[in-house]
Design a protein around this ligand. Structure first.
Ligand SMILES: N[C@@H](CCC(=O)N[C@@H](CS)C(=O)NCC(=O)O)C(=O)O
Length: 220
């Protein structure tokens, strides 16, 4: 195969790309990055000095592509699936990119702040940072709840880049800041995502790692 994805099955940004690959039925070889192993970490850093997963290497075109959204746009252009992940209509393309940003920056990265704090050494935690991440999540939930009124996917009927971003982001967000009963559209949207074969497969492949999901400080 030409496409090599350097990734980890438990990583939300990696799942985002894996969903797009499964949606298109594009063959690829996965290479698990292990940051705990210096050889794996150094090899990954040599590919992309920023050293954030995922990174796609395309042997056929001689390109190394980092950043989940950029990888999906690259796949859309060179290895297209049955329907584009970024729609041709300019208005819909803009909403797709906007909600891709909302799910990455205002959901996924906020979850990362909360979960990352759980891994900090005793005394180095940041309760006010965690509190502001929870507040940012609640604000983002309001934007998502409004968008998902009367829509199955972010753009209505067609699954897109924004839904690839939404799946892992909302899956983990609901674990750290549960949606509760006030967000029926978001709750139904996550249920649709969970039932989508591409996302269900990505989550099933990560299931073995769930016991390692960091628990809140003080929880046993
Ligand atoms: N903006 C990047 C974010 C990627 C990212 O944060 N990846 C995490 C895993 S979900 C990572 O590699 N973390 C390792 C680290 O921060 O050292 C993208 O969209 O691909």
């Amino acid at each position: 195969v030409a496409l090599h994805l350097h990734f980890h099955p438990f990583s939300s940004y990696c799942q985002k790309v894996v969903i797009a690959l499964y949606e298109a039925g594009t063959p690829f070889e996965g290479h698990e990055v292990n940051f705990g192993d210096p050889a794996s970490r150094d090899a990954f850093r040599a590919l992309w000095p920023i050293a954030k997963m995922p990174v796609l290497v395309d042997d056929a075109r001689g390109r190394t592509v980092p950043e989940a959204s950029i990888i999906i746009e690259y796949l859309d252009r060179h290895y297209p699936g049955p329907r584009p992940m970024i729609p041709a209509d300019p208005g819909l393309a803009l909403s797709t990119r906007l909600f891709d940003r909302v799910f990455d920056m205002h959901v996924n990265d906020q979850v990362g702040r909360i979960v990352g704090d759980r891994l900090r050494p005793e005394g180095k935690d940041d309760p006010s940072g965690v509190e502001s991440a929870h507040a940012a999540l609640r604000t983002a939930y309001g934007v998502i709840e409004a968008r998902m009124t009367g829509r199955d996917w972010v753009n209505g009927s067609d699954f897109s880049l924004a839904d690839c971003a939404a799946g892992p982001a909302l899956f983990y967000a609901d674990l750290v800041e549960p949606f509760g009963e006030a967000l029926p559209n978001t709750t139904a949207y996550l249920a649709r995502l969970n039932a989508r074969p591409s996302f269900a497969r990505a989550i099933a492949e990560a299931a073995y790692f769930m016991p390692y999901f960091p628990k809140p400080r003080g929880a046993s």
